[in-house]
Structures are given as C-alpha cells and as structure tokens.
Design a protein around this ligand. Structure first.
Ligand code: E4P
Length: 217
C-alpha cells in the first residue's frame, strides 16, 4: 500500500518526505486554513518536496465555475503531479468526467457509500477517497470504514474500474492496518500517525535491552 501524507503544513511534508516512504500528498480546505497560506503557494512548494500525486481541492460548487477553478489551478501550478480534488456532488462528478477526459488527474473526495464510489469511478476518477474515520464516527462502529473500502474494492474488481482507492480520514495506526487489509491502494495519513507507525512498545524496550547488552552493562 502506498503512503500519502494528509496535510498542508510544508514543514511536516518536508520531514515525512525525508523518511523515504511518502508517494503523494493530499490537502483540503480545512488543512489549508490551518497552514494560513494560499492554496497555490502551498501546492507549488509541495511540488518541490514530493514527486507524486498532489491533491489540490476546488471550493466552487457549480460545475462551470468549479471547472474553471480547476483549470486555473492546473495552469498556475503547471506540474504533472497536480491532482484536482473534487466534491462528491452532481457538479463534482460532471467536472470529474470532463477533467478525466482531458487527461487531468482527479480525486473525488468525501465518499461514504458504494453507490457514490461507482459514480466517481464511472466518471473516470484517477483516485477516490472513502473517509474511514468519519465513517466510524457516523456509525459509531470500528469497522464501518473498513467495510466501505472492502466493498468498494470488490465492486471495482468485478467491473474492472481503474480508479485507485485512497483511504482517507485516517485517525490512528489501526486505520492504516484496516485500510491495507480492506484493499486500499493508498492511505493518506496525518503526520502524527505516520510517526506513530514506526512505534511499538516492544521495539522500544527491545532496543533498550540491546543497547544495555552492547555496552556490557
Ligand atoms: C482526505 O483527503 C482528507 O484530506 C482527510 O483525510 C480528511 O480527514 P478528517 O476526517 O480527519 O478531516
């Protein structure tokens, strides 16, 4: 499973990229607001840090305006990794179809059901983003997010859709494991959780013992 980082804080992206395991970046308007910077500035900087798909989300609701906004982002950044993140709405899917037919990478976001995933895959989305954490919250369940991804993956297999599944809204390392087991191609993960993936209490205690033994204590 490929690992993307889910943030618009470029210091986090720079640090995670130095670990050598990051293949792409996702941002959204809430993450951008936290960065306090303009979308184009942040995305432009990210292109210098990670050589992989970088999702920039549109904010317009109407299809024509959304399409123009997407084209403007693509033109301004002018980098083949730019991926236009689109909302799971009638307008968003219309724009997905249009951009996909023009060869522009797309990521349909806020997917919470298999029928929504089918719409996005039919429209030729490069990526679709089911949200694990928010699914678990909504249904007060530990496996709602897992089941959603597993079912989308099954439908994709039956019909031969090419869209890649990005497990989004990852809150903890358990979600990372579930995303992988459910068949996600990619998990987009907050920086804090990426760091937690390296940790296990037995690794920590094992290392302490090895260190002590190596020093002959
Ligand atoms: C996906 O691309 C989104 O940016 C993100 O994963 C949303 O996660 P949240 O539910 O923690 O806001």
């Amino acid at each position: 499973m490929k690992l993307f980082i889910d943030t618009a804080i470029t210091e986090e992206i720079r640090e995670a990229a130095s670990y050598g395991i990051i293949s792409g970046v996702t941002t959204n308007p809430s993450l951008l607001a936290k960065s306090g910077r303009k979308l184009e500035d942040v995305i432009e900087e990210i292109t210098t840090l990670v050589n992989g798909p970088i999702s920039a989300e549109v904010t317009e609701a109407d299809a024509d305006t959304m399409y123009n906004q997407a084209k403007q982002i693509v033109k301004e950044i002018n980098n083949e990794n730019i991926t236009i993140k689109l909302p799971m709405t009638i307008d968003g899917i219309k724009v997905c179809k249009k951009l996909s037919s023009e060869g522009i990478k797309t990521n349909v976001t806020l997917i919470f059901s298999v029928p929504q995933a089918i719409l996005a895959m039919e429209a030729g989305a490069t990526f679709i983003s089911p949200f694990m954490g928010r699914m678990d919250d909504r249904y007060d369940s530990h496996d709602a997010g897992y089941n959603l991804i597993e079912e989308i993956d099954e439908v994709r297999r039956i019909y031969g859709y090419k869209s890649k599944i990005i497990a989004a809204s990852i809150r903890n390392v358990e979600h990372v494991k579930e995303a992988a087991l459910a068949g996600a191609d990619i998990a987009t993960i907050p920086f804090k959780v990426i760091k937690q993936m390296y940790e296990h209490p037995l690794t920590t205690s094992g290392l302490a013992t090895f260190k002590k033994d190596a020093e002959g204590k």
